[in-house]
Structures are given as structure tokens and as C-alpha cells.
Write a protein that binds this ligand. Sequence first.
Ligand code: MEV
Length: 307
Amino acid sequence: MKASAPGKIILFGEHAVVYGRPALAVPVTQIHADVEVLDAPRSGIWIDAPDINLHAELNTLPSDHPIASAIHNFLFISRLSPFPNLDIKIASSIPVASGLGSGAAVTVALVRGLSSHLKFPMSDEEVNSFAYEIEKLHHGTPSGIDNTVVTYAKPVYFVKGQPIEILRVAKPFTIVIGDTGISAPTKKSVGDVRKLWEADKAKWEVMFDQVADIAKKARAAIESGTSMDLGKLMNQNHALLQEMTVSSTRLDRLVSAARNAGALGAKLSGGGRGGNMIALVERDQAEDVARALKEAGAKNTIITVIA
Ligand code: MEV
């Protein structure tokens, strides 16, 4: 049985979302994790994930390995006995530790593949909370936005612990994604922001409120189709992320390159420190901005239309 889950970008509100502020995220379907689950002719649960050079039987992996822990959790909740013999093939075009939701997408595709192959049906809500538990095991204190947007594969307005709200996009808009090529685990940047917050909660609460204000205005702009405002809001959000110390020289360089090439606005996206940035562009400028990002050192670019 085959299952797939998309990558994602955060448009607004990363980091502040961990502290209960709203954030906006959208799926990126050009990149995805794909999982195929088959009955195995040999005993055991065999995992084949060539992208991360993993070829192993489940029980030879440490139990806290992200893929192993997802399979163990699935076997636990589905109470299958005896354990089935399986071949699980995992492929992903989402770069790892780059803010594009690779971990969440692999977990979601994996649990969906297992649930349909083993005839243990799960609703989107169940898949989402399953993936959130796995995110918590590996990412410290995640807000749950990554697993949510990846599970529902729709633009979302997300507030931690609240029912998801699907964003209504009034007018499609174009985003260019630029990859610094630097992998940067979200757990580290989220942990560092937490240290800042713990050292001066009053200051950072004000900062997170400013991000919340930007996210709310962005939602209004998206739902009314005024993308000019969205660009300005991206620039403001990036400035606040810089203050949170989660930008980097390379991210800033790509953000400036995009703006100089005519983007309406640009910011880092996701955990930061490395990974990806995004730029809002008019459709006919997308190629120019993508080229400028490459010239400024982007390892890869993706043009995506949010509709
Ligand atoms: C990661 O995509 C977004 C962060 O806000 C972390 C989280 O919400 O869990 C940095």
C-alpha cells in the first residue's frame, strides 16, 4: 500500500506559535515523502530508506530512532498480534532539517501506509495526533503546526491546542522558496528561543504578540486577496525572527537578494539558522527571483503557487 505526504512552509508566525500565538502554514506538494508497505517474504519488519542510507530490521534500530519509534507506536496502538512481516520502503524529496517538514511528512506517510496495509483505519485527526506525539519525541516542544499542515495538506491558520482552521485563499499568490543548503535542527533553534524567553519573559511575550499581530493581519490579507500587504508583513516578521536570533548570514543574504530582485517581501521560514527562506513575488517575477537566489548561493529553489 502506498501513501504520500507533502512538505510545508510556514508563511508567518514560526517560533511565536510555540508560545500560543497564531501561525500560517501551507503545504508544498512539489516535495513529498512516499511510503510503500508490503508483506515481507522473510520474518521481521524491514525498512529501506535509501535517501538517509537506512536499510535495517526494526529491532536492530535504537527505539528512539524517528522511524522506528513511529512503527513501534503504531504497533502498540493497533495491538496487532503476532507482528506482521513487512517490507517498508521510504523515499522523500523533502530535504532533512531544512524547515520543510520532512520529519512530519515521513511520519504521516508511514502511519497512513501502515494503517491501510494492515487494515487499521485512522481518521485525519488520529493521524495528526499520532504524528504530534512523534514530533514531541524528537523536537522538544513543538507547537504541532508541522504535523497539522502535512496531515491535512491544506493552508492552515494554526493556534496550538485549538481546532485547525483552514485558510481561505481569496487570490492565488506565488512564493519562491530558497534553500541555504545548511541543515539546522529545529529542536536547537526552538531550545535557544526558549532560553531567551526564560531569561526575560516580559520582553519576549511582547515580541511574540507583535508576531501574532502580523499573523492576524496576514490572514486578513490572504482572505481578502491583498498580497502587497503580505510582502510588507513578511519583512516585518523576518526582522522579529532576526531579533529572536534564528536568522543567519546566509538566510539574510538570500532574503536581501530576493527583495533586490523585486520580491514583494521575504523572510526565513521554519526553525531558521539554516534551512529555507521564502519570498512573495508577482507570478511573472518568480523566475527572476529564483535566479537571483541561486546567484546569492541558494542550493535549490522551488516556485509554488498558493491557491
Ligand atoms: C517549525 O516548522 C516551526 C517552529 O515554530 C517550531 C514549531 O512550531 O514546532 C519553529
